[in-house]
Design a binder for this molecule. Structure first.
Ligand code: PMP
Ligand code: GLU
Length: 396
């Protein structure tokens, strides 16, 4: 009944687990959700007010495909202010979340069999979206024990005549690593002479605790011409449900993405676009407040998780995830529970300890587990305590 193409694609593990955790909560179970990457803060009031005003004024119609002109202008200013990037109006587009921007990007650039290089571990949706576009994901290992590093020699080895793009993501989901300026300069130097694009997902840009964010497109005119820079309001302004993401990039690619969007969703939600404009142009104090709060939580979760015997946990520099190595628990058991892989471990923790986490295999790293600290300190403390106890019961 369904297409052959779909049979090669997996559903989003992050969303599946968090849906299951929410379902268990509704059933009255005391689940602690350390799975999904979604800030627990409410959207700042001044942003909501912009949306309420838009509703009152009857701003309830279709918008231009690429987005309302005042939001496009706000995005141009944001890129200029924060990223040292100058785009014209025709190089900007708004979609229903960064996720849809990424989807449109792969649809716009991939021919059947084109290869897209994805550093691994990776965010769950990149490979599946590439496959949906007829492309082939090609993985290259990232080094994330100290900062984030993409070994040049390894990268060179996976470049082929069919390479269409390289996906970069910093701050990085799931490891929390951040590329340094030097690292990005070296990648840019290698890529600038190659005939493929860079897709850079900068959605966690504002959540950095060590180092600074650099947009690779700002490293020179040549690299800018090849780079598609993706961002959104979900993480920065606690606006995950509003579904607004945006992109700046080569005019030709953006034109292609508009064509796709004109035949799929038409445009992003009109009221949410107004709210996103309010977010980008308004006071940024809430962003810094949230960053400081996440930084406190990072200290606590890394400290507590590192005390669990058998778990090694590098300190992330950005985003709101830890990605500990759990390989010492593979091959262990507790009664009927046998832990063969990270999925077994995540299931065990969800059912036995009622803590939702995401198995590393969803990110291409089965020796790991991802824990989100986008939740209260109380939940983090209780969650890690329960994990520690459940892991302590594993034998073998
Ligand atoms: N990129 C990364 C790395 C993410 O973790 C997420 C998850 N929210 C997204 C893109 C998509 O974000 P959104 O669609 O909410 O803008
Ligand atoms: N990006 C978040 C995560 O990795 C939200 C879920 C999703 O969009 O897949 O948990």
């Amino acid at each position: 009944m369904i297409s052959e193409r779909l049979s090669r694609v997996a559903p989003s593990a992050t969303l599946a687990i968090s849906t299951r955790a929410k379902e268990m909560l509704r059933e009255g179970r005391r689940v602690i959700n350390l799975s999904v990457g979604e800030p627990d803060f409410d959207t700042p009031t001044f942003i909501k007010e912009v949306a309420i005003q838009a509703l009152r004024e009857g701003f309830t119609k279709y918008t231009p495909v690429a987005g309302i002109p005042e939001l496009i202008q706000a995005i141009r200013e944001k890129f200029e202010r924060d990223n040292n990037l100058s785009y014209s109006n025709s190089q900007i587009m708004v979609s229903c979340g960064a996720k849809e921007v990424l989807y449109n990007t792969f649809q716009a650039i991939c021919n059947q069999g084109d290869e897209v290089i994805i550093p691994s571990p990776y965010w769950v949706s990149y490979p599946e979206q590439v496959k949906l576009a007829g492309g082939v994901p090609v993985f290259v290992s990232l080094d994330f024990q100290r900062g984030l590093r993409l070994e040049r020699e390894r990268l060179r080895q996976v470049i082929s005549p069919r390479t269409k793009a390289l996906v970069l993501n910093s701050p990085h989901n799931p490891t929390g690593g951040v590329f340094s300026l030097e690292e990005l300069e070296e990648i840019a130097e290698l890529v600038v002479t190659q005939d493929f694009l860079i897709i850079t997902d900068e959605i966690y840009e504002k959540l950095i605790y060590e180092g600074t964010h650099v947009s690779i497109a700002s490293l020179g005119k040549e690299i800018e011409k090849k780079t598609i820079t993706i961002n959104g309001v979900s993480k920065t302004y606690s606006m995950t449900g509003w579904r607004i993401g945006y992109v700046g990039g080569p005019r030709e690619v953006i034109e292609g993405m508009k064509k796709i969007q004109s035949q799929s969703t038409s445009c992003a939600n009109s009221i949410a676009q107004k709210a996103a404009m309010g977010a980008l142009l308004g006071p940024q104090d809430d962003v810094e407040k949230a960053r400081c709060e996440f930084e406190k939580r990072r200290e606590v979760i890394v400290d507590r998780a590192s005390q669990i015997e058998g778990m090694t946990c590098p300190k992330p520099q950005g985003a709101f995830y830890i990605f500990p190595d759990i390989s010492s628990f593979l091959g262990t058991f507790d009664g009927d529970w046998i832990i063969r892989n990270s999925v077994d471990l995540a299931k065990y923790l969800l059912e036995k300890a009622e803590v939702a986490t995401v198995p590393g295999s969803a990110f291409g790293a089965d020796n790991h587990l991802r824990l989100s600290y986008a939740t209260s300190l109380d939940q983090i403390n209780e969650g890690v305590d329960r994990i520690k106890e459940a892991l302590g019961n594993l034998k073998g």
